[in-house]
Design a protein around this ligand. Sequence first.
Ligand code: NAP
Length: 256
Amino acid sequence: MAMAGKLLANKVAIITGSTKGIGFAIAKKLALEGATVVVSSRRQENVTTAIAELKKENLPHLGVACHVGKEEDRKNLIEQTIKKFGKIDILVSNVAVSPHFGLTIGITEKQIDKIFDVNVKSSFLIARDCYPYLKATKGNITFVTSIGAYKPFVGGGWYSISKTSLLALTRVMASELAVDGIRVNCIAPGLIKTDFSKGLTENETIRNKFLEEIPLGRLGQPDDCAGAVVFLSCDQLSSYVTGECISMTGGIQSRL
Ligand code: NAP
């Protein structure tokens, strides 16, 4: 835990779903700012690949396989972190699923359950499980929601509804945990080029329709989402910011 002088020196950060895409970009940026990052996702081979990347740049890390929907995995993720580093300062809850694309009326109950189990319930549960440690460090939590929280995606109705719920979760937890000195915020990415969004970005018609709406005229990259998380995770930069959401959408409007 070296890197004195950096914004997040001596901080320990858990980032869920962080072996690729937006989660990995966030982990890398937090590490470049001095944090020791705990990288995780369901598949051990993805964890191994991600930590090899961090190793190449000499960035302090730990890799732990963790399915956020499994209680024993969340417990193990936290235990391994505490065993190795003794504390948790930052939690970034990044995992989401979207098992249904199409008219909202066509979704099955099982698909709705999966969306809410992973996107909302597991996001809360990992935050709840980390709470005693975050209380000890007066740490902070960032949830990853979506532009869909404000402007529901055509074809991704229930996914969007789950992401709007994360806005509410952020506000509820921010007001309840303020007394413990824990700040809780979220980020809302627009259309970002990752495996998750391939169905949209690799379909020319859909991609062009999105591009027409993006004032900056390009799709986002995972790294476009990471700087805001450094800001929200860093007390020197955002000590009076809680219950907020920062959007990175290339200009698609997300509020009044
Ligand atoms: P991605 O590139 O598909 O990466 C997802 C990551 O999460 C992978 O590391 C994956 O690894 C892991 N993961 C998936 N399910 C998991 C689970 N149940 N438990 C633990 N880890 C899991 O996705 P992304 O585009 O970066 O999306 C990250 C977040 O950004 C999501 O919350 C998404 O809703 C949000 N977002 C994305 C976009 C976009 O356009 N891409 C836009 C707005 C918001 P394993 O397969 O090894 O588990």
